[in-house]
Design a protein around this ligand. Structure first.
Ligand code: GRF
Length: 206
């Protein structure tokens, strides 16, 4: 069975694009590399590139902003309701930058949620550890490797869920935040698709 997927975004949406491409919903079309389909894209910010990517792919999408909805809890509950209504059986947080509260998870019910993080969790994760800060911390630590982690998401936690997929990259002596982030991002795009594949139901012959 093709897995219907909802995606949460906040900005650029390159991970969303990797998912769309792998599902055969990218500009080049072609056969899907994973038996999944993006059925809804929700953003906590309006006017972001990720929503344009959803529009180009013909995927239903909307922004659920705190300004419009009055609070994070209300915005997140509405986001979850839209994802459920769209029929998603997995939610992927792909560059989503708010911590999700209990209302969101109550509305999602039994739909699992996964997130992609640009480091080898549990190293370099947790509150405040996002974007360039992650790579700055990796470089400052003198670590010789970093990578991408896809993990389960649970209420009010940051980067603590069970690891689903991890891909490693070397940290090179002349790396700066930009070069390291670019190397890790390539692996995020592979890891997120690999992780989705693991949630595709296995069909067993009757
Ligand atoms: C990625 O590095 C992701 O791991 C982090 O934010 C970035 C989002 O990139 N949480 P994009 O929006 O998917 O291009």
């Amino acid at each position: 069975m093709t897995l219907p997927v909802g995606v949460l975004v906040s900005g650029r949406g390159s991970n969303l694009q990797a998912i769309l491409d792998a599902c055969g919903q990218g500009p080049a079309g072609g056969p899907a590399r994973v038996d999944a389909r993006v059925v809804y894209v929700a953003s906590n910010r309006a006017g972001v590139e990720a929503l344009e990517r959803a529009a180009r792919a013909g995927v239903a999408h909307a922004a659920f902003t705190v300004q419009d909805r009055g609070s994070r809890a209300v915005a997140q509950a509405a986001m979850a309701d839209a994802i459920v209504r769209a029929g998603a059986r997995l939610v992927v947080h792909a560059g989503f930058d708010h911590i999700l509260g209990p209302e969101y998870f109550v509305r999602l019910g039994d739909i699992p949620a996964i997130n992609v993080h640009p480091a080898l969790l549990p190293l370099f994760g947790g509150r405040g550890m996002h974007g360039a800060r992650v790579h700055e911390a990796v470089l400052a630590s003198g670590a010789t490797e970093s990578g991408a982690t896809v993990h389960r998401v649970h209420p009010e936690t940051v980067d603590l869920g069970e690891v689903v997929v991890q891909r490693r990259v070397p940290v090179l002596p002349d790396d700066d935040v930009e070069t390291l982030a670019a190397r890790v991002l390539e692996q995020e795009h592979l890891a997120i698709v690999d992780a989705i594949r693991r949630f595709v139901p296995v069909e067993t012959p009757a």
